[in-house]
Design a protein around this ligand. Structure first.
Ligand code: FAD
Ligand code: 2HG
Ligand code: ZN
Length: 478
């Protein structure tokens, strides 16, 4: 697709398949789809395509495969690694899933739901609740991210400790392959050992192997008892000990365990209206923890209070506030979920989404923050995240008044130091946000060569013409 004429032919093909209204070419209409949430990339596109059915997606991919047009699937466009943004060539198309947004089936007796890829995550949570069930995937972006995007990034979020990553909630998938064939494993079975687990290939593939058009998802019993506390812990090692103590004391009812540094409390209270300090004193590290149970009769508040008292006696914490009602619980969570936004308002930040064996988190933070303090005087460390999963957002913000361009110029150097340290601790340089375009080189650097070779083999087998999200995840197109 390099000439004016072939672009015109392509656009005519898209309009034939979708009708003119679902083919956006006007720059203003396309603009929101051509950049990523973090504004790291600014791409261009031949068109933004908005199919309204699986058949239309299939016809589009068959057409793009035949004409070698790169296809960039896009969900809610909240991804952190530039995976949903087209490159700068203007020769790719963005394929928006927004119009595939129906819940096809919901079966409370089977604890399952079949949803199209464009369903907004928060809507699925509500659909489940309406039939007295629970869909546990929960992230700060749930009001705009889509289930197709969640599965394509294998999203994590706030409840992984209890319920697992997005992958763990999938019973089946419907996927349009690069050549337009439709793979449907949309069954609602919990047991199915008939051959290779093909659906797993597309989960976390970030749109490089096919387009997810629908998913069959697990539902769970709805939590009916919840206890939540905001706790000032005596450091990260103490937080890990507290997690173990709570798991034991509660019969493993801990569903969230989030680490929050004081700087994050300061940023959210300063930048986000209506957020207040949960505790009177000032402490370096906090944990937002939650116990939940599907048994209404479980006395979780008493259980949590007694466990926290033991932890205080054992020197793990200095203070704690138990949410007394739903309003207070929501306020604690609002603080936690607003940290990325508060960080964004504060100014440029260098983000590192890393995972480590949980017992090594404290030493990692100590070593990495010592390096930051010694080498980046303009930086403020904002390290927070899903401690219960060993997942830290080891983010570094520019100190107020720092020249943003000068600060961001350190990104590669800081990333190398942080990621090398993560690797030396046996960790991962992408815990939950994926690879996208941002971490393509990092994947090559840290993944064992055999893993990369196998990924390339799979890519070649499923997408021999390299049309699916070119340049994302894997460096070289087939
Ligand atoms: P997009 O950004 O549109 O796309 C992401 C990738 O998936 C791209 O590569 C795209 O090509 C591909 N894709 C999208 N839809 C499809 C499809 N149907 N078929 C094939 N490929 C597709 N992430 C976490 O894991 N945990 C968090 O706690 C978390 N919190 C966040 C909080 C905020 C405030 C924000 C802004 C983001 C957060 N994220 C988090 C990141 C982001 O929300 C997730 O990665 C989310 O899963 C992306 O979904 P999306 O629909 O926006 O996907
Ligand atoms: C979260 O946990 C998200 O809030 C965003 O994954 C993390 O902004 C970040 O670095
Ligand atoms: Zn996160």
């Amino acid at each position: 697709m390099t000439t004016e004429v072939t672009s015109r032919v392509a656009l005519a093909g898209f309009r034939r398949i979708l009708g003119a209204d679902a083919v956006l070419t006007d720059h203003e209409a396309m603009a929101p789809c051509l950049t990523d949430h973090r504004k790291l990339y600014e791409g261009a596109a031949l068109a933004v395509l908005r199919p309204g059915s699986v058949e239309e997606v299939a016809q589009l991919l068959a057409f793009c495969n035949g004409t070698r047009i790169g296809v960039v699937p896009q969900g809610g466009n909240t991804g952190y690694c530039g995976g949903a943004t087209p490159d700068e060539s203007g020769r790719q198309v963005v394929l928006s899933l927004a119009r595939l947004a129906h819940v096809r089936r919901i079966d409370p007796a089977n604890y399952s739901l079949v949803a199209e890829a464009g369903c907004i995550l928060a809507n699925l949570q509500r659909e489940a609740e309406a039939v007295d069930r629970f869909f546990p995937l929960s992230l700060g972006s749930e009001g705009s991210c889509q289930i197709g995007g969640n599965l394509s990034t294998n999203a994590g979020g706030l409840n992984v400790l209890r319920y697992g990553m997005a992958r763990d909630l999938v019973l089946g998938l419907e996927v349009v392959l690069a050549d337009g064939r439709v793979l449907s494993t949309l069954g609602e079975l919990r047991k199915d050992n008939t051959g290779y687990d093909l659906k797993s290939l597309f989960i976390g593939a970030e749109g490089t192997l096919g387009v997810i058009t629908a998913a069959s998802l697990k539902l769970l019993p709805r939590p009916r008892a919840i206890a939540t506390a905001f706790v000032a812990v005596r450091g990260i090692a103490a937080a890990v000990d507290l997690l173990n103590l709570l798991r034991e004391a509660s019969g493993d009812r801990v569903s969230s365990f989030e680490l929050i540094p004081h700087i994050a409390v300061e940023l959210t209270t300063r930048h986000i209206p209506g957020i207040a300090e949960p505790l009177a004193g000032e402490f370096p590290w906090y944990v937002l923890c939650e116990l939940s149970s599907s048994r209404a009769a479980d006395a979780l508040d008493a259980m949590l209070e007694s466990a926290l008292r033991d932890a205080m006696d054992g020197g793990l914490l200095d203070d704690a506030a138990l949410a007394q009602n739903e309003r207070q619980r929501a306020a604690f969570w609002r603080l936690r979920e607003s940290i990325p936004e508060a960080q964004r308002i504060e100014g440029p930040s260098l983000k590192h989404d890393v995972a480590l064996p949980i017992g090594k988190l404290a030493r990692f933070v100590e070593e990495a923050s010592t390096w930051i303090a010694a080498n980046l005087p303009d930086a403020v460390l904002v390290a927070y995240g899903h401690l219960g999963d060993g997942n830290l957002h080891f983010n570094v913000n520019a100190r107020a008044g720092t020249d943003p361009l000068r600060f961001v110029a350190h990104a590669d150097e800081v990333q190398r130091v942080v990621h090398d340290l993560v690797a030396s601790f046996g960790g991962s340089v992408s815990a939950e946000h994926g690879i996208g375009r941002l971490k393509v080189d990092e994947l090559v650097r840290y993944a064992p060569p055999v893993e990369i070779e196998l990924m390339q083999d799979i890519k070649r087998a499923l997408d021999p013409n390299g049309i699916m999200n070119p340049g994302k995840v894997l460096k070289v197109a087939p």
